[in-house]
Ligand binder design. Structure first.
Ligand code: PHE
Length: 466
C-alpha cells in the first residue's frame, strides 16, 4: 500500500512513509480537520455578533477567492515535500532554488497549529463537560440564571477547567500516537459519518421550530450597513481558521496524499463540505435562538450559555442537547488531531520514527501551554499581556492567542504560501505538482495565487492597520 510513495525516494523524504488509504480517507481527514469548533462554535457566534447575512457573504467570498486557492497551494506543497511542514519547506526551497528562509513559513505554520491547539483544547474540554451536563439533565427546566451559573462556575474553577482540558488532550494524544492508519484514519472513519448524521438530526429538529424562517433570513439576507472593517478582517481570519490553513495541518495531511489524486478537486470538495457544515450549524443553532427569544449576539458563550436554555425548554431536550454537544466534541477531536500531527511528524523525523514518544512530547508541550489558557478564565483573568496596545486592550492570554493566530499568523502564512506557489515556483513546476495541463483552469488558479489572494489579504491587513 505504501509503495505508491515514489516521490519520497526522489525528493529525499522518509522512505516507506504511510499514505492515506484512499481519496475518501484523505477527504474525510481533511474535512475532519476543517470542520471543528470553528464551524459549530465560532462561526455562529461571530455571525451573530457581526449581524448575519452581509458577514456570511463576505466570509463565502473569502473562502472562494482566498481560502480555496491557498488550500490547494498548501496541500500541494505538503505532497511535494512529503515531510513535516518545516522540513517540507526546507526541501522545496532547495529544490526550487529559493532562499532557505522559506523554511520559516513551515515553522510558523507549525507554531500556529501548536498555539491554536493550546486554547482549542480548553474549549474541547468545555465540550466534554457539556456532554456530561446535557446527558445528566442539567439543562432541564433551568432558567437563564442557572444556565449562566453552570457556565460561570465551570470557568471559575481552575481545577475543573484543567481536568477537562487534560482529558481532551489525552484523547487527542491517544489517537495520534497510534499513527496515520491505525490511529487517525480509524478514528476519523468512525467519527465523521457520526458527525454528519448528528448534524442532520439537529437541523431536522430546528426546521420544525417556529424560529427557522427568521434564522434563514438572518443568515442569508445581507444588511450591508452592519458590515464593518473589523467584520471583514474577522471573516478573512475565520476563512483561514475554518479551512485549517497555514497552521501546518493541511500541509502535514497533504504529505500523506498519494500522487495520483487530484489536489484541486479534493481541495474544492473539502472547502464545500466545510462551508456547508458551517451553514448547517447556523441553521441548527439560530432557529433555537430565535424560537426562544434569546440573544443572537451572545458572543463566545452562544452555544454554551444560550443554547442550553433552549434545550432545557424543548421536548426531548436531554436527547437533543446530548446529541448537539456530542457533535461539537467530535468536531473538536478530528480538528485537534490535525493540529498535533505537524509537530508529531516533525519530532518523528528527528527521532527516527518513534511515534509514541513524538506524540507524547508534542502533546505534553501543548497541554502545558493550555494550562495558561485555561487559567486565563480565572486565576490569570486579569493578565492582559499586550494590554498597553489599544488593539489588544482587555484581551486575556486566551483572547490574545486566538486573535494573533486567526487574524495575523494564519493570513500571513496563507499570503506567503500563495506567494511561494505563485511566484517562487515556476509555472511548469506548479503545473506538474498539481498534475494540471496548461489551460484555463491552471492559468486562472496561478493568476489567483499570484495576484488575487495575496492582494486581498494585504488589503484587509492594511485596512486594519489604518
Ligand atoms: N478548522 C478548525 C475549525 O474550524 C480549526 C483548525 C485550525 C484546525 C487550524 C486545524 C488547524 O475548528
Amino acid at each position: 500500500m505504501n509503495e505508491i510513495s515514489q516521490p519520497t525516494a526522489q525528493q529525499g523524504g522518509r522512505h516507506g512513509n504511510p499514505l492515506w488509504s484512499s481519496r475518501l480517507a484523505f477527504i474525510l481527514a481533511a474535512t475532519g480537520s476543517a470542520v471543528g469548533l470553528g464551524n459549530i462554535w465560532k462561526f455562529p457566534y461571530i455571525t451573530g455578533e457581526y449581524g448575519g447575512g452581509a458577514f456570511v457573504l463576505v466570509y463565502l467570498l473569502c473562502i472562494a477567492l482566498i481560502g480555496v486557492p491557498i488550500l490547494i497551494a498548501e496541500v500541494m506543497l505538503g505532497r511535494r515535500g512529503r515531510r513535516s511542514p518545516l522540513h517540507t519547506m526546507a526541501t522545496l526551497a532547495r529544490e526550487d532554488g529559493c532562499s532557505a528562509h522559506w523554511l520559516l513559513l513551515g515553522g510558523m505554520g507549525m507554531l500556529a497549529g501548536w498555539l491554536i491547539l493550546s486554547f482549542y483544547s480548553v474549549i474541547g474540554g468545555w465540550s466534554l463537560a457539556y456532554v456530561g451536563n446535557a446527558v445528566s439533565g442539567q439543562f432541564a427546566g433551568a432558567d437563564a440564571n442557572q444556565i449562566g451559573t453552570l457556565f460561570g462556575d465551570m470557568l471559575a474553577r481552575p481545577a475543573t477547567l484543567l481536568g477537562w482540558h487534560s482529558l481532551f488532550m489525552l484523547v487527542v494524544i491517544a489517537i495520534v500516537c497510534r499513527g496515520l492508519k491505525s490511529g487517525m484514519e480509524k478514528a476519523i472513519n468512525l467519527l465523521m459519518p457520526l458527525l454528519f448524521l448528528l448534524l442532520l438530526v439537529m437541523v431536522g429538529y430546528a426546521m420544525s421550530t417556529p424560529g427557522f424562517e427568521q434564522a434563514t433570513s438572518f443568515l442569508f439576507n445581507p444588511d450591508f450597513s452592519k458590515l464593518t472593517t473589523e467584520a471583514v478582517l474577522t471573516a478573512l481570519g475565520h476563512a483561514f481558521f475554518t479551512l485549517s490553513l497555514a497552521s501546518g495541518a493541511m500541509m502535514a495531511y497533504g504529505s500523506f496524499l498519494p500522487k495520483e489524486y487530484s489536489v484541486t478537486g479534493t481541495a474544492v470538495t473539502i472547502a464545500i463540505v466545510d462551508t456547508v457544515v458551517a451553514l448547517l450549524a447556523g441553521l441548527a443553532i439560530f432557529p433555537l435562538v430565535f424560537s426562544n427569544g434569546l440573544e443572537v449576539a451572545a458572543g463566545p458563550g452562544l452555544i454554551f450559555q444560550t443554547l442550553p436554555l433552549a434545550f432545557g425548554q424543548m421536548p426531548f431536550g436531554i436527547l437533543f442537547g446530548s446529541l448537539f454537544f456530542a457533535l461539537l466534541l467530535i468536531a473538536a477531536i478530528t480538528s485537534a488531531i490535525s493540529m498535533l500531527e505537524p509537530a508529531v511528524e516533525w519530532l518523528e523525523e528527528r527521532q527516527q520514527g518513534n511515534r509514541l514518544r513524538a506524540a507524547l512530547i508534542a502533546g505534553i508541550a501543548v497541554w502545558t501551554l493550555g494550562i495558561v489558557n485555561a487559567l486565563s478564565f480565572n486565576l490569570l483573568g486579569d493578565v492582559h499581556p499586550l494590554g498597553f496596545l489599544t488593539a489588544f486592550e482587555g484581551k486575556t492570554i486566551f483572547d490574545l492567542l486566538d486573535y494573533l493566530t486567526a487574524n495575523i499568523m494564519l493570513p500571513l502564512g496563507g499570503l506567503l504560501m500563495a506567494v511561494y506557489a505563485g511566484w517562487a515556483m515556476s509555472a511548469q513546476a506548479l503545473a506538474q505538482a498539481l498534475s494540471l495541463q496548461p489551460g484555463m483552469l491552471f492559468n486562472t488558479l496561478r493568476f489567483v495565487l499570484r495576484f488575487i489572494s495575496p492582494v486581498l489579504v494585504l488589503v484587509v491587513f492594511i485596512n486594519q492597520l489604518v
